[in-house]
Design a binder for this molecule. Sequence first.
Ligand SMILES: [Zn+2]
Length: 231
Amino acid sequence: MVRPRQVLKHPLFGSVPLIPVAVLGAKGETVTSWRIDLDWQPPLPRGAVRGDPRRQTYCCDIPRFFYVDESRTCVQCGDGFIFEAKEQKYWYETLGFRLDSVAVRCAFCRKKRRSDRAIGRTLERAVLEAAVHPEDASVLLSLAEATVAHAERFGTGDLDRALAACRRARKTVPGFAPTIYWEGRVQEAAGRTAKALAAYRAFLGASEGKGRLEPLRWDAGARLATPSPVP
Ligand SMILES: [Zn+2]
């Protein structure tokens, strides 16, 4: 006897075919269970991207036989954005995200959030490192650098601790010019422009002829040319 073809109605995919699977019942009898046919390939709507259910992670949801662009609103900036079909495929089939996770932020806010988190983590690591190696000049300058990055992005950060780190680094390695540059950056982040400019000038004097400090010299020169406004 040929059983009638079993289907599952879905608003996007239409009639999803089910295939019979023989499973063992509670009393040892054979029972027919119906499973979604993962190899089904429905015709693609315009602009859709074919999905591969076997690469997707789902439990109660139905696999994605294809993806279509979805209009969404960013929870962060409130702008509308498109969660693109090809992006969905990448999320669910390459990155292995669960099908019930969806993009809630636009691409711009996602990128910003990632770099915001990276700035926070870098500062946390720098603080720990400085606690373990309080006499290591490069560790101390990393703390200053991470603090400045945090202050410039979020307006918060322990700039006094960063300044103390620069000065300790200078004591540890006398004549190490980058300590003066970073002291300038900390002062600038703290809004003490005159002190920052003095530090940049001192740094340029102390680093003259030191080729490997050229990027810092270039930056200090640019900051001297266009100081940030005094708050
Ligand atoms: Zn956004």
